[in-house]
Design a protein around this ligand. Sequence first.
Ligand SMILES: *Cc1c(COP(=O)(O)O)cnc(C)c1O
Length: 388
Amino acid sequence: MKGKRLLMIPGPIEFTLEVLAEMAKPTLSHTDQQFIEEFGQALEKMRKVWLAPNGQPFAIAGSGTLAMEIAAANITEPGDNVLIVHTGYFSERMADIFRLHGANVDIVQSAVGDIPEIDEVRRRLKSKNYKILSITHVDTSTGVRTDVKALSAAAQETNTLVVVDGVCAVAGEELRMEEWGVDIAFTASQKAIGVPPGLALLVTSKKAMESFRSRKSPVGAYYCDWQYWLPVMEAYEGRKSAYFGTPAVNLVRALNISLGQILDEGMEARFERHARNAAAFRAGLSTIGLSFVPVRKEIMANTLSAVYYPEGTDASILPLIAKNGAVLAGGLHPAIKTRYFRIGHMGMSDASEILAVLGSIEQGLATAGYSFEPGASLKAAQSALIQP
Ligand SMILES: *Cc1c(COP(=O)(O)O)cnc(C)c1O
């Protein structure tokens, strides 16, 4: 009973001690040589984490929603056609943002917990001149993961720009931005990147920047406009300072630390660990009779799980689980909001955290009167984790 609970929601997540210590350092001037060096390094590391060696990174103070708007605002002009692969709450938000910036938005819908068929998306892409295909990599409201590689390949056939909302995915789910032909992929610091909330992080392709440069109308959001941010990012990467809006100094320094930790682990190892932890976690929960919002195993995200409350229980189990050590999140998708809860398992979460969370969930469920064999979920998860 140390009073410290595991924060296992789909962001903010548990941060490493090194990242937290970095946050606590006295704030440097944004023109300090040391900060310039660290910001420059962080931008270089972003390219490696996104697997986009020729990409243009942007790190801007704001939440993930700002990243969504920066992406949409800079490449959309009034009247452009945008196709949204709709998988839940955040696809809906992206559609709203594109509309606000003047796009004609069409939607490929899927049932709750499912993803649209690739062939359906391909057919729709060919039915009209779409400038942009917008994909949510992991929809945090349902825990489903789309097939970004296949969708992106379909978009290449029609020369359509691919925008990926990777806010619950980048640095957790496999994303090979350049190889897969993604044009903008963005996230926020508090998710799998492992830095407290407050940074919007984007990487863009050459094609996305060309599309921006050839715009005929001004960008419809002052703080989002790449014409102001691009020179700042280029300056810091060239180890010079430049000003548009004051950078979030401590967050950027913490980002540099966290990206270093991510790259030390290595992207392949990181993708693999997320997949293994997620599979073990779900093996545990299904053993004690719980079921998941995603309708098929192959589309279940590795960064979070969306789980139905078992028979006879409801959201009142969440405070019971929290009391036993793990803070989880409630439902978000409006169609099923009261019927399920969500657990984040991204970032530096190691195997023992997975087991600790299962322990807290079992204790909460037991208090709520749900019957199961105590320890069964931990045993199943442990078996999955220990498998060679
Ligand atoms: C969290 C999240 C967002 C929004 O990020 P905020 O930091 O809350 O603004 C957008 N898209 C997805 C997929 C997310 O998980």
